[in-house]
Each structure stands twice: as structure tokens, then as C-alpha cells.
Design a protein. Sequence first.
Length: 367
Amino acid sequence: MRKTAALYDPYLDTLGGGEKYILSILKVLSEEDFEINIFWDKDLTSEIKNRLSLQFNIKLEFLPNIFRKSSPLSFVNKLTALKKFDYFFYMTDGSYFFSSAKKNFVYVMIPQKELVNMNIINRLKTNNYIFITHSKFTQNWLKKWGIKSELIYPYIDIGKPSFVRDFVGTTAGKQKIILSVGRFFKHLHSKRQDLVINFFQLLKKQPAFKDFKLVLAGGLKKEDEEYFNEIKKSAGDNPSIVFKPNITFNELDKLYELSTYYWHLTGYGVDEDKQPELVEHLGITPLEAMASGCITFCYQAGGPKEIINDGVNGFLFKTGDELIQKMLKAINNINLQNKIRSSAVQFVKDNFSYQSFKDKVTKIILY
């Protein structure tokens, strides 16, 4: 008999990195001939394909969202609805509920204590759940809060034509571009495009970088337009600073392919011991940059510290001055650039391939 899996993600319509992660787990299950069900009141199949570049080999079944507050289903009826599933996945927003599915999983994306408040009631509700997360950084915080979790790293689409080329001994196709990718928003773990612009303007004073451009790409929601307009204003009419909101995956792939350097400033100035939710939890876009041959620079906090070995497969920095000094070090040493590109590509191949992801999902989820 065909096995069944179901998902409830209260943030599903945002279709961000967390959604791609949890849906990718379901993709692995679909390849094992599972029926995939999603509790959502709208069929998002085409959006999942177009916005997340994620395609399933089966039809996704979208079910009425029984978890929304206005749902008429009672507690007992919800338990009855879940009982038919072999596997149930939930991306937590801080609320928890009993599940009667055979195997249950909670995905914790953000190391925020309010999301995992394990009081007596919540411990009872999650007694038959396994917690999963996507970085050692988040896993360590969950452990501090008394929660055991399983680590499954995400995968990077390294099969794409623009990813994982042989960059050893060549900078073919690369242009004088510094790229920074991330949603344009001011709250939580903001990508700090405001500081990226400031540091780029300082870098441009160095003769070696006078011809470089900065490209800022990422998703933009209507509610974040005020922040977007603020940072555009801070850039002035500088033709060297280019904004690319809401570009397609193909356009982003091309930017990765053309860019020489990549900057990531999430968490800049934050005390990660006090506010771990405000720093980068892993760093998907830095990994994509590394896979596509960009020399990657990340603020030294949170997840990037577990993916970047400073001076080996990228660079870590604590201040704007340190970022600029390390940029100068890189541009003046072609041999170092080539070594870093080669090491970065190999690191992503070894640790973030789809096969590695599938093997871990199979080991933790299916057995």
C-alpha cells in the first residue's frame, strides 16, 4: 500500500528558504513513491516550481487547511484527519498540537526561544515528534534549551549549468561585480543591504576597485518597500550600485556566474550569544555563491562560521575595515583566488549535494 506524508507550514505562501527546505524533504519522499499532501487552501504547485525551482514527479495534493484559526474542525476531528498519514511534518511558528500520524517531525528554522517554549503542555504535545533543523548553529541552540534535534543540511542546486564549473587556474566569465543576495527587509535576520552599500562606497576609494559594480538582488514584498526605498536613496544616483528585486532564478544564476565576489552581512553588530535569531542560521546564498565560483565574504557569526574556513574556501570578517583589507588581499593574489574557488566548489560538492541530502533524509526520516 502506498505510504502517505503530509505537511503543515503556516508560512507556506512566503515560499522562502525554509519552505524550500521542508518541501525538499517531501520531494525525497515522493521519489520513494509516497503520496504528498499539503494542508493549504490554495494549490501552490506552479509557485513552488517557479519561485523555488522545485519540481515533483507526482501531483501534490492540497487539502483544506484544518490548522487555520477559523477552521471548523474540532480537536478530535483534527486527530482523526491526521491519523491516516504515515508521516506528518510541521514547520513551527511557536504553537504546537497533538498528532495521531505514525511518525511526526517539527522543523525549527530559527534559533528563537519563543518558537520552542517547551512548557509542560508543549512537551506533552510534542512527545511523539522528532525535531529537525538545518544547521549546527540552530541545533546547538536547541540543545541549550533542552531539545534534542536531528541535523539535515539542505542541498545546493549544484547540477545547474552555472554552478560548480572548474575554476582552477581561470576566472573565465567573471566580471568586476560584487554580488549580495537576500530578501529586502529590515526585521529579524536582515541582510543589511544598508551596510553593504556603505562598505562598497568605502571600497570604491581603493584604486583596485574603482571599476567594480555592486549588485543587490533579492525578494521584495510590498510591506518592505519603505526599507527598499530607504536603501535606494542611500545609494544616491551611483551608477555602480544596481538593484535587482524579485528577479527569476535564471537571472540570479547568471549573476552568480558573472560575479567575482560575494558579500553577506546578516547579523552584523549583533551579539549572537544574546540574540541568535538575528544572525544567519546557515547561509544558503553564500553556499550558492561558493558553488558558482564567487569568492565569498561573510560576517563572522552564526551559520557562516560552519561553512567558511577563513582564507581557505572564503573569508570571514568582523568589521568593515577587515572586509576591505581582505578584499584587497584577495584582488592582489590570483593564486589565492584560484585556491579559494577550488576549495569552495569542492566543499559544496562534498557536503551539500542532493545525494548527500537524500541520504540523510533517508537515514533520519525513513528509518
